[in-house]
Design a protein around this ligand. Structure first.
Ligand code: ADP
Ligand code: MG
Length: 583
C-alpha cells in the first residue's frame, strides 16, 4: 500500500507499546531524554566506525530539534550512523536486551517507573508517551554508495510499516536519522520552544555533540518612525520594531564535566552526570575525579554505584555491564574495553579521556599499549584510594560497598597477582567474635590472643554450620577467634590470601593443626597417645580405606572424634562446589 510493507511488532514490543500508549504517566518529558541520547549514541557510533574501518572521514556531527506548530510535529534529527532497512526492523521492532521482559511485567503491575525505560533498552518507544504517530527516516553510514537509500519507518502503535523514501533533506550529507513525532492532543506543550529549551539544557549538558534547537528569537529592527512629528531639516526619528527570527541555537555550551576543574563541580552535578550517562537511578557511593599530567596526560572521572548495576545482577562479569567510557581527545571510543580496568572492577562506571592514545585504538592496539597500562594503573590506584577512604571514614558506606561488591574483590584476590596483596586489606569475613558485623583481617589481628601467631578459619555452609563444627571446641577453650568461610568463594579466597601481616591462614579442620602448647599439655598429650594407641590401630582396621589415618590429638574438647581433611585436601563444601561446577 501507500505505507509500504506492514510488519507486526514482536509480542514484547507490543506490550511495551500498549502500556506506553495507554499510560497516564505524568512525567512525559523522559521521551526527549531518550531520543536525544539515542541520537548522540548514533553520532558516537559513526565516529567510531569511521575511525576503525572507515575510509570516509566523518562529517562534523550534531543534533537538531525543531517544531512545526501548524503540523503539530516535533522533529529530532541527527547525522549519526543511521540505520539500514534490516536495522530499522531489528532495532525498532524487536527487543534485544535480556531483562526487559521483567521490566514489562513490573510496568504492567504498576510497580516499575516509566522513567527507567532507558535502562531496559526500550527507550525509543517512550516517544509514544507524547506522540500518536511516529515517522523515522534513516540512511545508514554503513551502506555502500550504490545501495544507499533512505528508509521511512512509521507507526501509529499497532504495527509498523517500512518503505523507501525520497532523499529527505537530512542536514547531514553522509547519513543520519530524523524522527518526526505527531504530538498527541495533550502533549502540545512540546511545541513550545521555551519548554524545549529548558528540557534540552537539562538533558544535553553531558552530551559531547552540539545540540541545536530551531528557536524563535525576537530581533529589533530600527525603522523610520513616520508618525513622529518632524520639522523641516530634522533627522528622521527612528523606532524599534520587533521581528521574530528563527535560528539554530546551541543548547549545550558547557565543557564536558570531566574536563572541568574538580574544584568547580558540585556533588549534584556529578550525580546528574552519573545518572544520565550510565542510566542509573541510584546515587553514586563514591566519586573520583582527577587529572594526570606529565609523561602521559589523561583525565578520569569514576563512580562506584551504591547499588549493583542492573546489567550485572545476573552475571557479575557480563560484558554488557561494563561502563568505563574511553575517550581519546574528547572523542568517544568505546565503553566495553576489557583492558581499561581489571575484571574485578567491572562494576565501576566512568570516563577516561586520554591525550596520548591514537584515535584509531582497537582492542589489539590497546592490549599492547604501554600508555594504557599506565592509565590503568593510575585509575585503579585512585579507585582503591577512594574505597580506602570509605573504609576509614564511613563504615556504613563501606559495609554497603562490601555487601554489593565484596565478591568482586574476592575474585580479584584469586585471579589478579598484581593486586592480590593490595586487596587483602579490604576483605571481610564473618567470625566467631565479630557478632552481627564482619571483620577485617586487621581487626582480627588486633584481637589475637597472647601467643597466637596464626589466623584461624573454618569452612561451613553458612555461619551456623561453621559455628558448630567440632573443631571449634578447642578454639573456644583457647579463646582463639575463628573466621567463618561460608561460601566456596570465601574458601578459594582464603587459600589465596595465604598470609596477612606475616600471619599464616590456617584451616582448623585440616590435619596438622599445630596449636601452641605448654609443657604440661605436651606431656598430657603424649600420655593419652600412648594409652589409646591400641584403639587407634583397631579403628583404622575397622574403617579401612575410608580414612587415611586415625590419630590421637588434642584438638577436641567434648566430642570423642572428628573427621578432618588432609593438610592439602579439599573441604566438603569445596568438593561439593567443584562437583556442581563440572556437571
Ligand atoms: P537503546 O538505546 O538502549 O539500545 P532504544 O529503544 O532507545 O534502546 O533504541 C533501540 C535501538 O534503536 C538503538 O540501540 C539503536 O540501534 C537504534 N536507534 C534508535 N535511535 C537511533 C538513531 N537516532 N540513530 C541510529 N540508531 C538509532
Ligand atoms: Mg536509547
Amino acid at each position: 500500500g501507500a505505507d509500504g510493507e506492514v510488519f507486526e511488532f514482536q509480542a514484547e514490543v507490543g506490550r511495551v507499546m500498549d502500556i506506553i500508549v495507554n499510560s497516564l504517566y505524568s512525567n512525559k518529558d523522559v521521551f526527549l531524554r531518550e531520543l536525544v541520547s539515542n541520537a548522540a549514541d548514533a553520532c558516537d557510533k559513526k565516529r567510531f566506525l569511521a575511525l576503525t574501518e572507515g575510509e570516509a572521514e566523518p562529517e562534523p556531527m550534531n543534533l537538531r530539534i525543531s517544531t512545526d506548530k501548524d503540523a503539530r510535529t516535533l522533529t529530532i534529527e541527527d547525522n549519526g550512523v543511521g540505520m539500514l532497512k534490516e536495522e530499522l526492523q531489528e532495532n525498532l521492532g524487536r527487543i534485544a536486551r535480556s531483562g526487559t521482559a521483567n521490566f514489562v511485567k513490573e510496568l504492567n503491575s504498576g510497580e516499575a517507573d516509566v522513567s527507567l525505560i532507558g535502562q531496559f533498552g526500550v527507550g525509543f518507544y517512550s516517544a509514544f508517551l507524547v506522540a500518536n504517530k511516529l515517522e523515522v527516516y534513516s540512511r545508514s553510514f554503513k551502506a555502500t554508495p550504490e545501495e544507499q537509500k533512505t528508509w521511512k519507518w512509521s507507526s501509529t502503535g499497532g504495527s509498523y510499516s517500512l518503505k523507501e523514501a525520497p532523499d529527505t533533506e537530512f542536514f547531514g550529507k553522509q547519513s543520519g536519522t530524523k524522527i518526526v513525532l505527531h504530538l498527541r492532543e495533550e502533549a502540545q506543550e512540546y511545541l513550545d520552544s521555551g519548554k524545549l529549551s529548558d528540557l534540552l539544557k537539562k538533558y544535553s549538558e553531558f552530551i559531547t555533540f552540539p545540540i541545536e534547537l530551531f528557536n524563535e528569537k525576537v530581533q529589533y529592527d530600527q525603522v523610520v518612525d513616520e508618525s513622529a512629528p518632524r520639522k523641516e531639516g530634522d533627522k528622521p526619528k527612528m523606532k524599534s520594531v520587533p521581528r521574530s527570527v528563527f535560528e539554530w541555537e546551541v543548547m549545550n555550551k558547557m565543557k564536558p564535566i570531566w574536563l572541568r576543574n574538580p574544584d568547580v563541580v558540585n556533588e549534584s552535578e556529578y550525580t546528574e552526570f552519573y545518572k544520565t550517562t550510565f542510566k542509573a537511578f541510584d546515587e553514586p557511593l563514591s566519586v573520583t575525579h582527577f587529572k594526570v599530567e606529565g609523561q602521559i596526560e589523561f583525565r578520569a572521572l569514576v563512580f562506584i554505584p551504591s547499588t549493583m548495576p542492573f546489567e550485572l545482577t545476573r552475571d557479575m562479569f557480563s560484558a554488557e555491564g561494563r561502563a568505563m567510557r574511553l575517550y581519546v581527545k574528547r572523542v568517544f571510543i568505546n565503553d566495553k574495553f576489557e583492558d581499561l580496568i581489571p575484571r574485578w572492577l567491572t562494576f565501576a562506571r566512568g570516563v577516561v579521556d586520554s591525550e596520548d592514545l591514537p584515535l584509531n585504538v582497537g582492542r589489539e592496539i590497546l592490549q599492547k599499549s604501554r600508555t594504557l597500562k599506565i592509565i590503568r594503573k593510575r585509575v585503579v590506584r585512585k579507585i582503591l584510594d577512594s574505597i580506602d577512604d570509605l573504609r576509614e571514614k564511613s563504615p556504613a558506606k563501606y559495609e554497603n560497598f562490601w555487601n554489593s561488591y565484596g565478591k568482586y574483590f574476592k575474585v580479584g584476590l584469586v585471579e589478579d597477582m598484581d593486586y592480590k596483596d593490595e586487596l587483602k586489606r579490604f576483605v571481610r569475613f564473618w567470625s566467631s567474635k565479630s557478632g552481627d558485623n564482619m571483620t577485617s583481617l586487621d581487626e582480627y589481628i588486633g584481637r589475637m590472643q597472647e601467643g597466637q601467631d596464626k589466623i584461624y578459619f573454618v569452612t561451613g555452609e553458612g555461619k551456623r554450620a561453621a559455628e558448630i563444627s567440632p573443631a571449634m571446641e578447642k578454639m573456644r577453650l583457647k579463646g582463639y577467634e575463628v573466621l567463618y568461610m561460608v561460601d566456596p568463594l570465601d574458601e578459594i579466597c582464603s587459600q589465596s590470601i595465604v598470609d596477612f601481616d606475616g600471619k599464616k591462614m590456617v584451616d582448623i579442620n585440616k590435619a596438622g593443626l599445630d596449636l601452641a602448647k605448654s609443657e604440661d599439655e605436651k606431656k598430657e598429650l603424649e600420655d593419652v597417645q600412648k594409652e589409646y594407641e591400641g584403639l587407634a590401630t583397631w579403628l583404622k582396621k575397622q574403617l579401612g580405606e575410608r580414612v587415611q589415618k586415625v590419630s590421637i590429638s588434642d584438638r577436641l574438647v567434648d566430642s570423642p572424634a572428628t573427621l578432618v581433611q588432609g593438610e592439602w585436601g579439599m573441604s566438603p563444601m569445596m568438593q561439593r562446589y567443584m562437583k556442581s561446577q563440572t556437571t
